[in-house]
Design a protein around this ligand. Structure first.
Ligand code: C2E
Ligand code: CA
Ligand code: CA
Length: 609
């Protein structure tokens, strides 16, 4: 009978995908195919009362299992006589070959005999090296369970344990994926969809509008006083207010809209089938709904709101342009004290000033006035600086330094980014030549923009520079943002694969802010994820952000990727990250970006310290 139960049990394990269903099916198989009088699975409850619950049973037990309400696996009287608790305590099987004559069974003997049960055996269920409960079988003959039978039943219990751990593993993986997907598409603090999500969503809406020949409006909501509000009321109340606002906005005009948080004090919503009239009605209604003051825990808030509106197809046909123009309109409205404004053609942001900056940048590149600073990446296990990131700076002729956030986007817009990246690569590779000669080994990571990934010349230029300067490819690494990867995944994939094949490590930058699909990450030879600074900042205030960082780390480890946290600004953050098993960290607390000589000295100090 044990053999029958074992082989039928194996089939059951393969077929069940849910834990309770598996336990039920297993008990049934043992009774129906194995011919045991009764079978049950009990789990230990891991709390201070050390209770035991019967999770599944089969066979006619005449209410026996229901009557077992106060069994414990504690080492006391109630726990002593039970085979189940003995199994849980010791992780060893426990067999009573003759119920009638077993002295330890006094509490239960009569109840068992009344049901015609004469022998019983309990087997440990070991999941992740821990005994989680027992499988118990009853027979109606005494002196059952000889060694041969027990050996087979041990195997049956092992199989069941394995089945349970497979199911739990799968559930945990699904959960991690779910959390990571959510983190990648949401602003965690306000729990609203984020910029990445919105751009993708807007893209889909534009497609629909285009094929239906309908207009579409983008409503941009700017809250100029949100900073003040956070300062005055604190995080909790601030976030609460954001959620209330988002709720009102999504209900405005009797429609359910999805509001995304696209910046700290900026929100956006896409209004399908909306022309100028509909969009301004929604805006007015919403302004109206704000006249009812927002009441949070302790105070009434007077929120200023400025709306900006842009239209497809009138103001553009790409998500990026429509959102940007709606944003420009909102800020115009705020400046003029209006509650809403429609985009009015090119205003200062798409202005001559930017074109002028592009011209200056071109000149700066020719005159080689761009230079690199290097920021160390600290390996948390070895406590050494194993690599650095190159960050670009522009020294104007008057000596002022322009940060990359001011000119990299312009380079991206105007197409200058190709030459810019080539210049950065050249600077990094020349630097490596100098370091090689001085006996220093410190890989440099270079940031790539989206456009670089789709530049067919990049790989050849890179190879040429390596050859010219005699630098091994392993000394150059690349950082690529998720959103850049997702623009044209197939093309990006090809370049990443070639760079990786040369021996360059690839980091996914700003992880969590884009809209990557995890499936995509699995297929590419990345070395590490860089958790975006915004998560590190939020960890202190938001347990949810901590949980996300933690699960991103374990997900990455499951995919055999390393994890590096960026923007670490104090000891507490560093300690927490270390506890979470983060592999590397970067941030002002460790070191600011610095020049080549300083970064070598810094790395050296770490090595000898
Ligand atoms: P990123 O790749 O995320 O680089 C990290 C930025 O965060 C750097 O700003 C760095 O100085 C800053 N940072 C590092 N630790 C901390 C910290 O603890 N706290 C705070 N608040 N900030 C920290 P930076 O140098 O201004 O660069 C900004 C962005 O410009 C970079 O973001 C990157 O996207 C872009 N960038 C910089 N150099 C290049 C380049 O050579 N090529 C391209 N395509 N983009 C570049
Ligand atoms: Ca970077
Ligand atoms: Ca980054």
């Amino acid at each position: 009978r044990a053999l029958n139960a074992l082989s039928a049990g194996n089939r059951t394990i393969v077929h069940e995908v849910e834990e309770n269903a598996l336990l039920d099916a297993m008990c049934r198989v043992v009774v129906e195919k194995g011919g045991y009088a009764c079978a049950a699975v009990s789990y230990a409850i891991a709390d201070k009362d050390k209770g035991v619950v019967v999770k599944a049973s089969a066979g006619n037990d005449h209410g026996y299992f229901a009557s077992l309400t106060n069994v414990t696996w504690a080492d006391d009287d109630a726990g002593q006589g039970s085979t189940i608790s003995a199994v849980i305590r010791t992780s060893q099987r426990c067999v009573v070959r003759d119920i009638e004559s077993e002295p330890r069974l006094q509490l239960w003997r009569e109840a068992l005999l009344r049901r015609g049960w004469r022998s019983k055996a309990s087997f440990p269920l070991i999941v992740e090296r821990q005994c989680i409960g027992a499988l118990t079988l009853f027979t109606s003959n005494a002196n059952a369970f000889d060694e041969a039978e027990l050996a087979l039943l041990d195997e049956l219990a092992d199989d069941l344990s394995f089945g349970i751990s497979v199911i739990r593993d799968r559930e945990r993986k699904n959960e991690i994926e779910r959390i990571a997907e959510h983190a990648a598409t949401h602003d965690l603090v306000a729990d609203l969809p984020n910029l990445g999500w919105f751009l993708r969503h807007l893209g889909e809406q534009i497609q629909k509008a285009r094929s239906a020949g309908e207009p579409l409006a983008v409503l941009f909501v700017h809250l100029p006083r949100l900073h003040e509000l956070f300062e005055a009321l604190g995080y909790e109340a601030g976030n609460q207010t954001i959620r209330v606002l988002a709720e009102r906005l999504s209900l405005a005009h009797q429609m359910l809209h999805t509001v995304a948080r696209v910046g700290f004090d900026d929100f956006a919503v896409a209004l399908p089938h909306s022309d100028f009239d509909t969009a301004s009605t929604v805006a007015k209604e919403f302004v109206g709904s704000l006249q009812i003051p927002l009441v949070t825990a302790s105070s009434k808030i007077d929120m200023q709101v400025a709306f900006g509106i842009s239209f497809f197809p009138g103001h553009g046909d790409s998500p990026d342009v429509l959102l940007r123009r709606a944003g420009i309109a909102a800020r115009d409205a705020a400046r003029k004290g209006l509650s809403f404004a429609t985009y009015q053609g090119a205003s200062d942001r798409e202005s001559p000033a930017r074109l002028e900056m592009a011209a200056d940048l071109r000149e700066a590149m020719e005159q080689r006035r761009l230079f690199l600073e290097y920021q160390p990446k600290l390996d948390l296990a070895t406590k050494r600086v194993e690599a650095v990131e190159a960050l670009l700076r522009w020294r104007r002729s008057d000596g002022t330094i322009v940060p990359p956030v001011q000119f990299v986007p312009i380079a991206e817009h105007t197409g200058l980014i190709r030459q810019l990246t080539e210049q950065v690569l050249e600077m990094a590779i020349r630097q490596q030549r100098q370091w090689l000669e001085a006996g220093n080994r410190l890989p440099i990571a270079v940031n790539l923009s989206a456009r670089n990934l789709y530049d067919p010349r990049l790989l050849g230029r890179f190879e040429g520079l390596l050859t010219t300067w005699g630098v091994p490819a392993e000394l150059i690494e690349f950082e690529v943002t998720e959103s850049a990867l997702m623009e044209e995944p197939a093309v990006a994939k090809a370049l990443i694969a070639s760079l990786r094949a040369k021996g360059c490590r690839i980091y996914i930058d700003d992880f969590g802010t884009g809209y990557s699909s995890l499936n995509y990450l699995v297929g590419l030879p990345f070395h590490a994820l860089k958790i975006d600074r915004s998560f590190v900042i939020q960890m202190k205030h938001s347990p949810q952000a901590r949980a996300v960082v933690e699960s991103v780390i374990s997900m990455a480890h499951a995919l055999e990727l390393r994890v590096i946290a960026e923007g670490v600004e104090d000891q507490q953050e560093l300690d927490e990250l270390r506890q979470m098993n983060c592999d590397e960290a970067q941030g002002y607390f460790i070191a600011r970006p610095m020049d080549a000589a300083a970064v070598v000295a810094f790395a050296h100090k770490g090595r000898t310290a």
